[in-house]
Ligand binder design. Structure first.
Ligand code: AMP
Length: 307
């Protein structure tokens, strides 16, 4: 079952306490697709500029990512420059240039309009709605958002939330959207805005899932060294949606497994700058860490049972 993702594809300049990169491949759709491809076919809707590098087209193509919906427009590619604090949960946006992404109003390809699974990354709610309106009968719609849209485009965002099954956002955004400082209250308040599931991403502290009648929490995979947290959220969403698409159904158990795969893929993404680790990752790497993750979080593991 195929997935359509709309989001940014860009060149990131990133600074962390481990060093930095300049004009490295990034953007929400890049991270999402490089994670989702392990589970199901994924097709990108995005705009890139004339400076988009041949090696980056190749990187997607070699990993079976469908790039027919990536249009190359006259002008420079989207650019983002971020700087992380020593506490990597905090980052500053040094600069952002939408470039060819500005005013981008894509027309989906005929097969993209028939997609079952749609991921609307943290672009403007107007563009998210524009894409969603073209998909005939999506089974599952997942959306992400960010502070900027919660503050500046709240009305459009609230309209979109009525059509979204799963919303992902970080803890700060959940507090801002709900007006609640307590995360449990925030999660419950956002459920009332439309999505049946709200996933609150808490960086190195993991993910909290709120549903109509249940909560679920997973930690992040503990790493000795986080090199670059950029794209962790999109990577998480890519694996989650990939898993849902691979199974072709959605229930609590499928969702929970998807959240664990999301956490596993995100833990790889942050090990190196840009998409380097995701691009080099194998399915064996994913499976090995998935098994270790299950063992780490299983309080009833048979190994610890007394005879
Ligand atoms: P994340 O760390 O999950 O928030 O994702 C970061 C990625 O999103 C980077 O690769 C950026 O290129 C991209 N990004 C940052 N700001 C924006 C924005 N306003 N719109 C679209 N993409 C963005």
């Amino acid at each position: 079952m195929s997935i359509v993702v709309v989001g940014s594809i860009g060149y990131d300049t990133v600074e962390t306490t481990h060093g930095g990169v300049t004009d490295a491949l990034g953007g929400s759709a890049s991270f999402f697709a490089l994670a989702a491809r392990f589970f199901a076919p994924v097709s990108i809707v995005a705009a890139v500029g004339t400076d988009f590098r041949a090696e980056d087209w190749q990187l997607f193509r070699e990993r079976s990512i469908d790039v027919r919906g990536m249009v190359q427009l006259d002008g420079p590619t989207f650019r983002w420059h971020g700087r992380y604090h020593e506490d990597m949960n905090i980052r500053d946006t040094v600069s952002l240039a939408l470039n060819v992404f500005e005013g981008f109003k894509p027309d989906l390809l005929p097969d993209q309009k028939r997609a079952d699974y749609v991921f609307l990354s943290n672009i403007s709610p107007e563009l998210q709605a524009h894409v969603l309106a073209q998909v005939a009968s999506p089974r599952v719609v997942v959306a992400d958002t960010m502070n900027h849209w919660i503050v500046n485009d709240r009305k459009e965002l609230m309209r979109l939330l009525l059509k979204v099954n799963i919303l992902t956002l970080n803890d700060e955004e959940a507090r801002l959207l709900s007006g609640e400082s307590n995360l449990v209250r925030a999660g419950r308040a956002i459920l009332k805005m439309g999505p049946a599931t709200v996933l609150v991403k808490r960086g190195e502290y993991g993910v909290l899932k709120f549903g109509q009648d249940s909560m679920f929490a997973v930690p992040a995979w503990p790493l000795e060294e986080v090199v670059d947290p950029t794209g962790a959220g999109d990577t998480f969403a890519g694996a989650l949606m990939g898993w849902i698409a691979r199974i072709g159904r959605l229930n609590e158990s499928i969702l929970r497994t998807g959240i664990v795969y999301g956490s596993v893929l995100a833990s790889f993404a942050v090990e190196q700058f840009s998409v380097a680790r995701l691009a080099a990752l194998t399915w064996e790497d994913v499976e090995e860490r998935y098994r270790a993750f299950i063992e780490m979080t299983d309080s009833h593991h048979s190994r610890w049972m007394s005879p």
